[in-house]
Design a protein around this ligand. Structure first.
Ligand SMILES: Nc1nc2c(ncn2[C@@H]2O[C@H](COP(=O)(O)OP(=O)(O)OP(=O)(O)O)[C@@H](O)[C@H]2O)c(=O)[nH]1
Ligand SMILES: [Mg+2]
Length: 194
């Protein structure tokens, strides 16, 4: 088995998944890592942390470990969230294509992220639930932010791998192989536990 001790500086690379409650952050992570989907909504209390191992393409395969931090989007967790941003290498800001408020809040999420991370990191914006075409609300493209926008469906998997892997590649600046990686166990941290 290939060693997976990690990435450029020997540490894991932290990627946060943020956005309004119900936008589909947990569903996207579950689709990306476990290839599963559930229509039952179980809000995240605190943060779920899932490792994801991958390797760079090319002759010299370098093992990289990303750790996805799936944060609760619920507003009552806002005051606890700031401490979870430190050491972040990249961010996925998720909104719900059927919910205009979640789209409007993308700006707030980017601001919260940038204020707390305090360095320039790659960010992507993900409009999720693209399968719900009938319910989709009209939202202008977010070009003014200058961040790439993807339209995903955690339900049918559309654009999920592509959006996540593109962000990961932007972080390490090398093409990556999704391949037969084995996900590690998800760890849960409650916001008010410390
Ligand atoms: N149709 C459809 N439903 C989705 C999709 N993604 C998520 N959902 C549903 O939306 C609801 C909320 O999804 P979650 O992934 O729990 O949302 P979250 O962003 O993690 O929410 P919090 O943990 O509360 O911040 C669940 O009922 C999911 O099944 C999608 O792509 N398509
Ligand atoms: Mg969640």
């Amino acid at each position: 088995m290939k060693s997976m001790e990690t990435s450029p500086n020997g540490k894991s690379l932290k990627v946060i998944v943020i956005g309004d409650g119900g936008a589909g952050k947990t569903s996207l992570v579950n689709r990306f890592i476990h290839r599963t989907f559930s229509s039952i909504y179980k809000t995240t209390i605190g943060v779920d942390i899932s490792p994801f191992n991958t390797v760079t393409k090319g002759p010299r395969q370098r093992a990289i470990r990303f750790v996805l931090w799936d944060m609760s989007g619920q507003t009552h967790f806002k005051r606890f969230r700031s401490r979870f941003y430190s050491g972040t290498s990249g961010a996925i800001v998720v909104y719900d294509l059927t919910n205009a408020t979640s789209f409007r809040n993308v700006q707030e999420w980017i601001k919260e992220c940038q204020e707390n991370v305090r360095k320039i990191i790659p960010i992507i914006i993900v409009g999720n639930k693209s399968d719900l075409t009938e319910l989709r609300v009209d939202t202008p493209r977010l070009l003014e932010h200058g961040f790439p926008v993807y339209y995903t469906s955690a339900k049918n998997g559309d654009e999920v791998d592509n959006s996540f892997m593109t962000l990961f590649e932007e972080i390490v600046e090398e093409p990556l192989e999704k391949g037969d990686t084995e996900p590690g166990k998800t760890t849960h941290i409650s916001y008010d536990s410390s």
